[in-house]
Ligand binder design. Structure first.
Ligand code: ZN
Length: 277
């Protein structure tokens, strides 16, 4: 589960003293994290000041503390990592990198992407400035303030007669099926988005919506909100565009499933063996 660890304390203002070694979440321009293999597993740079002097960053953000240690996110445009280090994508690091470190990496990646794509005001085009007291960028010319954006996505596990509805989108790896999901549109409630997506994508109706769980998905700024629902009517038919195929699957005949890092995987696992809550 990709999430911020419980003992992570978010903060905006970096510490005045820089004696203590801080941990650095350093990303390449294409969103890969700088890591190194150590005896105890994969590690991040640990240093009180930026440790790679010959290796400039294009942006740095103070994130807060993890286990009492200061955390920074940084982005570099250098295509090559420093000697002994390498870049790896967060999906590839799942289950190999410490879970707390990966959780903070999700936030770091998301905030860097937001900072990079909001350098100029969307209203008047003037360069924006980082605000000191809150996580925001402000336009000095027209005073527009922009915050890190989140794009909510609903996800739903529909069950009928002991079978689960799974579907295959063109972007999925070969053989992989997942639960239905879609972006919430402006003006919609989560429930409306869910009913609309299910009707659009497979042409059925559902009822008994129940909240399941949520998860941050920083690729690049989604918040997955998962529900369960019961089938209420209609004939399942993939729309042929967003979905190539869809159907009902019994627990013992499941197709390929999405990454264990995903909310979808957790929803499907809970169908096979319900979580105790
Ligand atoms: Zn402006």
């Amino acid at each position: 589960m990709l999430m911020l660890p419980d003992d992570f304390q978010p903060a905006i203002v970096p510490p005045a003293d820089s004696e203590q070694p801080a941990r650095w979440w350093v990303f390449s321009a294409n969103g890969e994290l700088l890591v190194r293999s150590a005896e105890t597993g994969l590690e991040l740079p640990l240093a009180s000041v930026w440790p790679f002097a010959k290796w400039p960053t294009v942006r740095r953000l103070y994130l807060g503390t993890l286990h009492g240690q200061h955390c920074y996110a940084a982005e570099t445009e250098q295509p090559q990592p420093p000697p002994g280090w390498r870049f790896e994508g967060l999906r590839a690091l799942w289950s190999r990198l410490d879970e707390a470190v990966l959780g903070v990496a999700g936030q770091a990646l998301q905030l860097l992407e937001w900072d990079r794509t909001h350098q100029f005001c969307g209203r008047c085009g003037a360069p924006t400035e980082r605000r000191g007291e809150e996580r925001a960028r402000r336009c000095p010319a027209c005073e527009l303030i922009v915050y890190p954006r989140l794009s909510p996505v609903i996800m739903v596990r529909v069950v009928h007669d002991g079978r689960i509805l799974l579907a295959r989108a063109p972007r999925f790896a070969p053989g992989v099926y997942s639960v239905l999901a879609g972006f919430v549109e402006a003006g919609e409630t989560l429930e409306q988005a869910l009913h609309r997506e299910v009707a659009e994508e497979v042409g059925i109706q559902v009822r008994n919506l129940r909240y399941f769980a949520s998860q941050s998905w920083p690729f690049p700024h989604s918040l997955m909100v998962a529900f369960t629902a019961d089938y209420a009517g209609g004939e399942v038919q993939a729309d042929g565009q967003e979905l190539l195929d869809a159907g009902w699957f019994a627990p013992d005949e499941l197709p390929g499933l999405p990454s264990p890092m995903s909310m979808a995987w957790r929803l499907i696992q809970d169908f096979i063996a319900p979580e105790t809550k």
